[in-house]
Write a protein that binds this ligand. Structure first.
Ligand SMILES: NC(=O)c1ccc[n+]([C@@H]2O[C@H](COP(=O)([O-])OP(=O)(O)OC[C@H]3O[C@@H](n4cnc5c(N)ncnc54)[C@H](O)[C@@H]3O)[C@@H](O)[C@H]2O)c1
Length: 283
């Protein structure tokens, strides 16, 4: 492996889990890992938790020139702040591999910005509160490259770290849409059981009992539990990305699912009294 010096940018849930993963392989692969966050608290917390040197600016003197930049900063509908961090890093370190691990809203945008650089889309499936899915290498992940050279470099770098069998190579467009749509699908699935729970409650039927009865059918076993609404930041944000991808935001299943979750959360006091389980539904 020739890409050894790795910089992780954005040290929130995803970035910290990437740092932990890299630290586990640091010695075996001869990696030199560093972290950056705009927030001094986040940089300090990550440094204490992992022992990796973390700081608050993309400063060459502190960081050296990385071979790989792992981008774990948030990304909104307008691609910020990811875009600006990527642009600054690409300007500073032309030869690096840029590994975008954030969720981006649509396939266009980033490829137009990157020109001849090696950029891959390697989104996470991390779910910090679900055992077995709570680390950066817990799950199989899709990887797309802006070019096949970028994709091959991405696989060469990440393969020995996450395991080659945990990378599914695909196109850039597939990788972007796969991440957004899997979270949107999860949102719709939860909204469906929330809708069923509200209907059950209105007709005097215990919602969990009804769902358990439904799950006895051969193709209904996957129905999730309706808990106390769709929480945390990823699913609500990503279903909005998905609604825009379908064209007419105001006339699509994703928008209806958002309305259902709003109604369910408003109705929660009435609905929840029948419930045995509590907690936020999440991705
Ligand atoms: N948290 C998850 O379980 C999860 C799972 C899959 C995908 N994702 C995606 O990963 C991305 C990051 O999510 P997260 O949960 O780690 O976010 P987070 O809010 O926990 O952390 C983001 C970090 O980026 C830092 N940051 C913001 N702007 C910055 C900048 N300009 N320069 C440097 N640092 C900056 C913030 O200070 C923060 O510490 C998002 O796109 C999210 O949708 C998250």
């Amino acid at each position: 492996m020739s890409d050894k010096r790795v910089l992780v940018v954005g040290l929130g849930e995803v970035g910290r889990s990437v740092l932990r993963l890299l630290v586990r392989h640091e010695e075996r692969l001869g990696l030199d890992v560093k972290g950056v966050d705009k927030s001094p608290e986040a940089a300090n917390d990550a440094m204490h938790a992992t022992g990796v040197f973390c700081t608050t600016g993309l400063d060459d003197a502190m960081l050296g020139a990385p071979d790989v930049v792992s981008l774990c900063v948030p990304c909104g509908e307008d691609f910020e702040p990811l875009y600006i961090v990527l642009a600054v890093a690409m300007h500073r370190w032309r030869a690096a591999l840029f590994s975008i691990e954030s969720t981006v809203p649509r396939p266009g945008g980033v490829p137009a910005l990157v020109e001849d650089r090696d950029v891959i889309m390697f989104p996470h499936r991390l779910s910090p509160h679900d055992e077995g899915h709570d680390e950066a290498d817990s799950d199989v992940r899709v990887m797309g490259g802006v070019t096949s050279r970028a994709l091959h470099r991405g696989i060469r770098f990440w393969g020995p770290i996450v395991g080659l069998d945990r990378i599914i190579a695909c196109t850039w467009e597939e990788a972007v849409l796969c991440k957004v749509m899997e979270n949107a699908a999860r949102f719709v699935e939860i909204a469906l059981v929330e809708e069923i729970a509200m209907a059950a409650e209105r007709h005097g039927v215990e919602p969990h009992r009804l769902l358990d009865l439904m799950r006895t059918k051969w193709n209904m076993g996957h129905l999730p539990e309706p808990l106390d609404g769709i929480g945390r930041h990823c699913l609500p944000k990503d279903v909005e990305f998905a609604a825009k991808l379908t064209g007419d935001k105001h006339n699509c299943l994703f928008s209806a699912a958002m309305d259902t979750d709003d109604a369910y959360q408003t109705d929660l006091d009435a609905v929840i009294k029948h419930f045995k389980k509590f907690g936020s539904s999440k991705g």
